[in-house]
Design a binder for this molecule. Sequence first.
Ligand code: AMP
Length: 262
Amino acid sequence: MEGLRRECAGRRDVAFVPTMGSLHEGHKALLREARLTGGFVVASVFVNPTQFGPGEDFDAYPRDEAGDLAALAEAGCDVAFLPTAAELYADGGTRVLAGAVASRWEGELRPGHFDGVATVLAKLFGAVGPCRAYFGLKDLQQCAVVRALVEDLMLPVELRWVETVREPSGLALSSRNRYFTDEQRAGAAALYAALSACATGESSAEEARHLLAERGFDIEYLACVDPRTMQELPFPAPGARWIAAARYCGVRLIDNIAAHTA
Ligand code: AMP
């Protein structure tokens, strides 16, 4: 923490990319965007315990500190911030409660998850002091939670969203894809195909759910939403996104894509 303060002291243009590590091309796209916009680029790597529920994969979450440091150096990151849980949570117990946008979807299925996300981001924003922070649209509801956090707490941080980086098959890159065999990875791309079919109007939500179930997906939700409010939309409006979460071969996947509206 002291090192970070020293590095960031007096910097007026800090661009920040928060991550949980096991960095892949998706994270690198955020870093590239931060680099492109200019300023002093800080990335954090912290597997935040408070955003994992009991029985989730906090202990098993892939960690690769050496690989992450190499990836950050290669991406032209100026400072890598790798706090410990003891450092970030050595406090009097102040916590942030995520707002109404957290109530459905991920928030409903993972109680407390977004409170953990909002809390750690408030801490990281405080520690790093960024002007701009970069987030992936892959975690669409997280973007809505962060936007509400910044607006509600009046934090002086400008938020930038980066589109999802995918494998050629369409599967969204995710640190958790490491859990798949090659064959399972190929099968997992059906989630993107189903969302794409919904986005173009080729399939109804019901047809997509049916197709995914046939292919071995255990669907948790598949819906069309307003990405700002995360409210379900009865029909796709401009700016709407199709979101889905499903378990496939023991791995929980989330994804979303823009609805094509005329
Ligand atoms: P994580 O390490 O999973 O917490 O992700 C850190 C940041 O990278 C978040 O803003 C994610 O939304 C973003 N991210 C994760 N996967 C991707 C991807 N495939 N494409 C673009 N951004 C991503």
